[in-house]
Design a protein around this ligand. Structure first.
Ligand SMILES: Nc1ncnc2c1ncn2[C@@H]1O[C@H](COP(=O)(O)OP(=O)(O)OP(=O)(O)O)[C@@H](O)[C@H]1O
Ligand SMILES: [Mg+2]
Length: 258
């Protein structure tokens, strides 16, 4: 795995804060396809995701990224009109569409494309579906829980990743213990003891209060580290860049299929 492509998952907090030195924590892209990004409201999750996505695309510009932005937030509005961007109610179709691509890749084995699904505000989305299910006697929440759990458990071998962004990380959000399949867990801002215990079980987490954009990163193959994410200076340019890479990859995939 020595020459596996890597991406930056954060900067070590101390050198960054003390000396402005950006010492990156890099993780293998193929070996760490799933990430859980958690923290209370305003802890910097969306900012961190934008940073992580930009970095991932620098390292792996060919990845096909699907984004489910349930809350229709300002942070992701730059993706409106992009073929794999879903907001609000459409996130249901977005996750299931990704799931069917994942199933196709599992069965066919021909499609060697690397993919990523990003779900911002995942619990809010699930809550919404659960409410609709009660009213309409449907089982949409169940569909999503099942699809996400399966991707978490089996996605790594076929390079189908998932990033879940959530304020809380309760195991009820992930069927059958699927939460244990995240290879990278990022906990931002001030976390309650309960949440720390859930996402960093058995880890010594310093009690220092983290500001927005600061927290812990626990990943497969390394000890937990304290990280800090940069506040993206020229967010507009960063977002333009992300969109350009996503659309270029999409065009390339389309023409490759003809
Ligand atoms: N890396 C950072 N460095 C400094 N400040 C930050 C950083 N990330 C976020 N902030 C500050 O915190 C605010 C909230 O960030 P962000 O919207 O990313 O949080 P969030 O966790 O996604 O919140 P919500 O749960 O409400 O969506 C930002 O507007 C910014 O002022
Ligand atoms: Mg957010």
């Amino acid at each position: 795995m020595g020459n596996e492509k890597k991406s930056v998952f954060g900067y070590l907090k101390e050198p960054y804060q003390k000396y402005g030195l950006a010492v990156p924590v890099k993780l293998g892209i193929a070996s760490h396809p799933h990430a859980l990004i958690t923290g209370s409201s305003g802890s910097g999750k969306s900012q961190a995701v934008l940073f992580l996505l930009g970095k991932l695309l620098q390292a792996a510009p060919d990845i096909e990224v699907h984004v489910c932005d349930f809350k229709n937030s300002e942070d992701f509005s730059f993706l409106k009109g992009y073929a794999h961007y879903y907001s609000g109610e459409d996130c249901y179709a977005g996750v299931l569409n990704y799931y069917s691509l994942f199933c196709g890749a599992r069965q066919g084995g021909t499609d060697k494309k690397r993919r990523l699904l990003i779900c911002d505000e995942y619990p809010a989305f699930l809550n919404y579906l659960q409410m609709k299910d009660k009213a309409g006697k449907t089982k949409k929440a169940h569909d999503i829980l099942g699809a996400v759990a399966e991707i978490l458990m089996l996605g790594r071998g076929i390079e189908s990743g998932i990033w879940i962004v959530t304020q809380r990380a309760d195991s009820s959000l992930f069927s059958n213990g699927a939460r244990d399949n995240f290879m990278a867990v990022i906990g931002l801002g001030k976390m309650s003891k309960e949440q720390k215990g859930m996402v960093f079980p058995g880890e010594e987490i310093p009690d220092g209060v983290f500001q927005a954009g600061e927290g812990m990163l626990l990943a497969d193959g390394m000890e937990a580290v304290t990280v800090k994410y940069p506040l993206i200076q020229d967010a507009q340019e960063w977002k333009r860049h992300i969109r350009r890479i996503l659309e270029t990859a999409d065009r390339r995939h389309m023409s490759g299929r003809e």
